[in-house]
Design a protein around this ligand. Structure first.
Ligand SMILES: Nc1ncnc2c1ncn2[C@@H]1O[C@H](COP(=O)(O)OP(=O)(O)OP(=O)(O)O)[C@@H](O)[C@H]1O
Ligand SMILES: [Mg+2]
Length: 295
């Protein structure tokens, strides 16, 4: 599932500009200041791109992002004033696309955590703090935090690992005023999303936002994907409450990560994912989308 420029889009005047791990960005001379963001089915774990992709993943993540953008009541990068720009895209590609304002992105992953899990849990065990935020003693993996915390990461160039940083370091990178603004926006959006998810029996354990500055207006807006299974850790509230080892099973690619951890020593190229792992992961992505969009 290597990133390649899609000739069908290039034939429509969309020039391939950049490929991240999951998304491909295109621009068109006919639509200055806009970007076509195409979510692929690519899946990565432990910083490696895996084979094969997860069928339907790009469309599911796009649907979920669009749904959340509509719910949050925040300024977003969606170029809503230009819906017709997407009209002529091939039917196979259209559900995986967003047309957005081309922003100057802050090189920061604005991570918010409401629960202790993943790298936050690892850091807490070593230091009793996460990204410089001190926490009470005695917390266990999966515990809810006294209040949500903002734990930014510096967005490393493609291929390198993002680096957790303190709020003070973030302020050096983006400036004091923008650091405060991005932190407050992230916490506000996290709390809104937490309430919306709870109504659907879902716990939002943590998530990552990205923001950019619109060169046309100067304003900072919510960009990228939002509150998807790739950018967020969600748990089923009922399973969580029941306790036991399965309570922290998330709606993301944990199935892929667990399988890889058990079947690969992390040297050389990762092995091909078995069909059963691909199917279970696809079903898990679909299940989350159904919990939100169909509820
Ligand atoms: N409105 C926007 N304007 C400009 N760039 C954007 C906008 N929204 C998102 N982006 C950028 O588009 C890219 C999306 O690619 P993708 O998420 O696949 O890769 P990545 O961010 O490099 O890696 P990762 O998988 O760690 O997120 C990111 O670099 C993101 O910052
Ligand atoms: Mg990304």
């Amino acid at each position: 599932m290597k990133a390649v420029a899609d000739s069908r889009l290039e034939a429509l005047g969309w020039q391939h500009r950049y490929s991240g791990k999951v998304r491909d960005l295109y621009e068109s001379a006919a639509h200055p200041g806009r970007l076509l963001v195409v979510a692929s089915d690519r899946v990565s774990a432990f910083d490696h791109l895996l084979e094969p992709g997860i069928p339907g993943k790009g469309a599911l993540l796009t649907q979920l992002s669009l749904w959340w953008f509509g719910k949050l009541g925040e300024p977003t990068h969606l170029a809503a004033a230009h819906p017709s720009l997407g009209e002529h895209l091939p039917a196979e590609i259209a559900p995986r696309t967003m047309i957005v304002h081309a922003l100057e992105m802050y090189p920061i992953e604005c991570v918010v955590r409401g629960y202790l899990a993943g790298s936050g849990w690892a850091e807490y065990r070593a230091t009793q703090s996460v990204c410089g935020v001190p926490l009470p003693a005695g917390l266990e993996e999966g515990d809810e935090l006294p209040e949500p915390i903002f734990t930014p990461a510096f967005k490393a160039p493609l291929g390198e690992h993002d680096e957790n940083i303190t709020f003070e370091r973030m302020a050096e990178i983006v400036g004091d005023a923008d650091a405060v603004m991005l932190r407050d926006a992230s916490l506000r959006i996290f709390m809104t999303a937490t309430d919306i998810a709870k109504e659907r029996g879902i716990l939002l354990a943590d998530t990552k936002f990205e923001f950019g500055r619109d060169p046309e207006t100067g304003g900072a807006v919510l960009a990228d994907e939002v509150l998807t299974s790739d950018s967020s850790r969600y748990w089923d509230a009922e399973t969580y409450a029941a306790g036991g080892p399965g309570r922290l099973e998330s709606f993301d690619k944990q199935i892929v990560r667990d399988w890889l951890a058990a079947n690969w020593d992390k040297t050389g190229d990762p092995p091909e994912l078995p069909a059963e792992i691909v199917e279970r992961t696809a079903a898990r992505y679909q299940e989350l989308v159904d919990r939100f969009l169909v509820a």
